[in-house]
Design a protein around this ligand. Sequence first.
Ligand code: ZN
Length: 384
Amino acid sequence: MGRRLLLVFMIDALGFRVARESGSFEFLEAPDGPVASVCGYSSACIPSLLTGRPPVDHGHWGMYLRDPERSPFRRYRPLIRILAGALGCDYLTRRILVRALWHAGIRGYCSLYQIPLRLLPQFDLCEKHDLYAPGGVVPFETPFDAAERLGLPWKAWAWRTPEAERRAQLAAAIDAGRAAMLFLYSPEFDGVGHAAGTRSEAARACLRETAGFVAAMLARAERTYDEVRLLVFGDHGMADVVGVHDLQRPLEALGLRSPEEVLYFIDSTMVRVWSFRAGVRERVEALLAEARCGRILTDEECADLGVLFPDRRYGETIFLADPGQIFVPSFMGDSAPRGMHGYHPADIDSNTILLGNFAHGPVRSIMDIGPLLTRELEAVAAHG
Ligand SMILES: [Zn+2]
């Protein structure tokens, strides 16, 4: 019986261009060329990658969606009003709310960033479950669900475990030789790209180091297993930031009451707006149309991108930044990163790459990756 390991590294923001330019992964093949991502941030890309479905199917797009009824922050309105509003304890309130999310049973990746606290009760989070555990994107099957269904031993490490620890645990699991799939997600390169830009020495060094680790784990696994099938990919790429724009001030200058008349969520590369009074939507859209750093997506475009939600829970008006342009301040923070993602997937820097050491079916989109992992697991199970 040949014992085969599926060894998987998901490197957040591993763009096609940077991976190629760095030359660090030349020991692997990338026969598919650029792999298209989906419109959105990792909160959308990773569920799409794992399930093979567009955001409109699995429901995950922005980290936050409008749903005041189901908002986990709804019951904390008095706390927000008194502690943050009257007493000005913003930091303490945020700490309490983060803990409240855990108590509300939310196990997905989330952060309060710099979202205005008084607006939080308007929003719900899309990622309720741990994506790297079975049932992460119910009712759709991820490779982790597939491994469970097939009765194959597997392990996955993601953002919850620090990098050094997850690397050590992966090495130990390889040496133990019991798993059919070992999956490691690393956000390190994404962090370096944001901080230093994709063409920085820091980014190149991070990729070199990451590739060295991947090569070492492959060699290590080949000592224990008869066959190691390795895949390395990102969930999206990253573009270098070339322009910074403040849309918050002009939006506030419209003098509309929020959340009574208008509600907006300012992401780094997207402004999503809901309007609740006649004429408001037109005023907001006129303002956005004047901003020379992006454009309002039509419903047709949103449908093509798989992000047209019939109930508009992610926004009625979607303003998407042009590649390299970002909004600062935003609900994400008030300093500008050097690199950003979350642009139109047609932009060349949105593409990721799929590197591997074995022949497989064509991969054109991140939505082909989860199904590929599942097929590989099914092949392992069939050869038992
Ligand atoms: Zn990122």
